[in-house]
Design a protein around this ligand. Structure first.
Ligand code: SF4
Length: 594
């Protein structure tokens, strides 16, 4: 029978915690324990961002929990020995995670009992630091585990109601049709004057991800924001705005945003009003360090000055699927708003959470999704165009992305970052909290073909999938496709079916049911598998790991085969070095407070 427990918030930390810290850490850290306990207590008293819970079970005091609400981190967790059976401890963690959307924990490296408990729940060791002289570890909750928990969590209360406008555009999609469509959409949202005042600086943030959107000089649609949408926005803003800046930071061909602007003819928009319109490469812009409100995992982000200084930001994503993120809509479009190192860091600290963190800082005033032509299957760049003749607009990213996902035939749970953003209170997903202006979703819905991830084994190449989320599954599929090519050493075989001296095993996802054979080659993918790497094989860090990291690790076992080119390798190497210096700079001083 399950024991009932209750959590009660305490105004201040009771003195018994001090006594306990001394006792507990003396047993964990031996001679250094008492001093550590005192330092911890001093820090607890100094911090203004902690919430203290008293745990009662069977009507008596059974322990307590301390949570840092600023960064959603579990600071201390204690359950009295009499009640220390896993069921109860895991249920207490469930409740804390539900209340705070908590996704990290920190503890001394030597606190093995707590480590094992958190590991069983789904936390994984990801970073090291020292608290005064004590080696500590940060454990991050596997987002795959968290996403499963979110499906069962109650909805978010106190969400505001938001309007999302839908506009059908004439199928001819001429410049006039598109401008007319945007004007109608804006009317449904109160008109452009609701968002832009005379004399303001307005940034238009399109999606210019890569050069895949032109084939033989003809726009395929669905990859980058249609130039007709940008042109219409420039013309609509011309009588109002002082400056109109078209700004983006391309993804795959790093630092080549200006090339993308020329590639798609966006640079010509400057000629419409040369004094007013300019282009900015956000990959090379000056940066401003900003604190993320309630930031999880990464508490600060470097944001391009152009976005910080803008009076109004208008987000112009494309209606498309993403093979590893579910959808690429308004929230995902802001991965292109940050510079390369920040993009790279996002993968290491957890992409879904970092997307939300970025959005919390930048928060555009208006979103217009270009759904003239969407992209199904393996979006964001390698899928197929799907003509939709639609524009979708609003101000709230969660509400707009929810409506756009439904139009593509997805539910929000299939888009991890949108679902997480909802649970962080960024906006509603409920039908009764989203007022649709324009045709009903059912009238314009056309189900997009979903990408199917092929994680089939090769002859000596085995994939052990322990409930990985779409992130690792998607990126691994992408890289495996490069192994499903003819083997230059044996032309009748695929590279993935090459005979090897030792099997290669790739473990993904938070669960590991298969035996890990230390005599074979083991690759542990992502933060979900990071804990196995010690002595058993190598880890590809990240959540999900960056494609370049997966390619480099897997192709290091095929030395005679040219490594597939993903991005500019010199840039990637520079970024990796920069990132390593960032990760290693978590000094004592920075982490000497909680
Ligand atoms: S490490 Fe991979 S499987 Fe685990 S949560 Fe991250 S993306 Fe998903």
């Amino acid at each position: 029978m399950e024991i009932k427990f209750a959590l009660e918030v305490m105004e201040t930390a009771p003195l018994e915690i001090k006594t306990h810290l001394g006792r507990h850490y003396s047993s964990v850290l031996k001679t250094k324990g008492e001093k550590y306990g005192r330092q911890r207590w001093d820090e607890i008293l100094k911090s203004s961002s902690l919430t203290f819970y008293k745990v009662t079970a069977k009507g008596v005091a059974a322990g307590w929990v301390i949570v840092n609400t600023k960064n959603s981190t579990l600071v201390e967790f204690f359950v009295d020995e009499k009640f220390r059976y896993k069921g109860l401890e895991l249920r207490i963690l469930d409740k804390i995670i539900e209340t705070h959307k908590l996704i990290s924990a920190e503890l001394p490296k030597k606190d093995t009992e707590k480590y094992e408990l958190l590991k069983e729940y789904g936390f994984r060791p990801t970073r090291k630091f020292t608290f005064y002289d004590t080696p500590m570890i940060t454990m991050d909750l596997s987002i795959a585990v968290y996403l499963e928990k979110l499906k069962r969590m109650p909805g978010v209360s106190d969400q505001k109601r938001h309007v999302v406008a839908i506009e059908k555009v004439a199928g001819t999609q001429t410049e006039g049709d598109v401008k007319n469509g945007i004007e109608n959409l804006l009317k449904k949202l109160g008109g452009i004057g609701t968002f832009v005042q005379r004399g303001q600086t307005v940034v238009l943030k399109p999606n210019m991800v890569s050069d895949h959107g032109l084939r033989d000089g003809v726009a395929t649609g669905g990859v980058v924001t249609d130039i007709k949408v940008l042109k219409a926005m420039v013309e609509i803003l011309h009588p109002l705005a002082k400056k109109i800046i078209i700004a983006d930071g391309s993804s795959i061909n790093r630092s080549a945003t200006m090339m993308m602007f020329r590639h798609y003819g966006i640079d010509k928009l400057k000629d419409l009003y040369p004094e007013q319109v300019s282009l900015v490469d956000l990959n090379t812009d000056d940066l401003v360090e900003k604190t993320v409100p309630d930031g999880r995992r990464l508490e600060t982000r470097s944001i391009p000055r152009t976005l910080v200084d803008a009076d109004v930001i208008i987000n112009l994503p494309v209606l498309k699927l993403h093979f590893a993120a579910g959808v690429s809509l308004s929230i995902k479009n802001f991965q292109g708003a940050i510079p390369p190192l920040e993009k790279y860091k996002s993968h290491f600290y957890g992409l879904w959470q970092c997307l939300i963190n970025t959005y919390k800082i930048i928060m555009p005033q208006l979103i217009i999704i270009d759904g003239l032509v969407g992209q199904e299957d393996f979006g964001p760049v390698s899928g197929s165009p799907k003509k939709m003749d639609l524009l979708i607009g609003g101000t709230n990213p969660v509400a707009v992305d929810t409506v756009a996902s439904k139009i593509m035939g997805l539910n929000v749970e299939q888009a991890p970052h949108v679902h997480m953003a909802y649970h962080e209170g960024l906006g509603p997903i409920e039908d009764d909290l989203i007022e649709i202006k324009g045709p009903a979703i059912d009238e314009v819905r056309s189900t997009f073909k979903q990408p199917i991830h092929n994680l089939q084994n090769g002859k000596c190449f085995k994939i052990h999938n322990g409930r990985a989320c779409i992130g690792c599954a998607g990126y691994l599929h992408f890289v495996l496709n490069k192994l499903r090519k003819s083997d230059p050493a044996h032309e009748n075989h695929l590279l993935i079916d090459r005979s090897l001296e030792k099997n290669i095993n790739v473990f993904i996802g938070p669960q590991t049911e298969d035996f890990i054979n230390p005599d074979e080659t083991n690759i542990f993918m992502g933060s979900c598998q990071q804990h196995h790497a010690n002595g058993l094989g190598s880890n590809i860090p990240g959540c999900p790991p960056h494609t370049e990291e997966i390619i480099s690790t897997i192709f290091s076992f095929y030395q005679d085969v040219a490594k597939p080119k993903y991005a500019d390798e010199t840039e990637e190497t520079k970024l990796r070095e920069l990132l390593n210096s960032v990760l290693n700079s978590q000094t004592n001083e920075e982490r000497n407070s909680i």
